[in-house]
Design a protein around this ligand. Structure first.
Ligand code: I3P
Length: 106
């Protein structure tokens, strides 16, 4: 599955907050066990990652609605086993559910 999400990185690793904490609009692609970030769908097709970021592993990842984040709507949280943590904002509740279902099944 691929599509546009707004992303904010909260944690860089266990116990270390991310330095760049602003929201960015990214084309995201979920594949088996991996989540890739791209500038747009064309870059995704050509496998040119967003800011050189390699796709992250979804193995053992935790994906839940970000109930504690109140500033934006339709936000879910993704926590990776290496301690990286991201917030993703979808355009509506339905899209958020779909992303979470696909990520949890990947
Ligand atoms: C960040 C930006 C984010 C904000 C974050 C800021 O600043 O304003 O929108 O998160 O706050 O650090 P910058 O653009 O200069 O990187 P929120 O939208 O969630 O408030 P934070 O450091 O409290 O996460």
């Amino acid at each position: 599955m691929g599509g546009i999400l707004h992303r904010k990185q909260e944690m860089e690793s266990h116990g270390k907050k991310a330095a760049n904490r602003s929201w960015q609009t990214i084309y995201c692609v979920v594949q088996k066990n991996s989540f890739g970030f791209y500038k747009d769908s064309k870059h995704a097709t050509n496998s040119i990652p967003y800011h050189g970021e390699a796709p992250v592993s979804l193995q053992g990842a935790q994906c839940n609605v970000a109930l504690d984040y109140k500033k934006r709507k339709h936000v879910f949280k993704l926590g990776l086993t290496d301690g990286k943590e991201y917030l993703f904002q979808a355009k509506d509740e339905a899209e958020m559910s779909t992303w979470m279902r696909v990520i949890n099944a990947a």
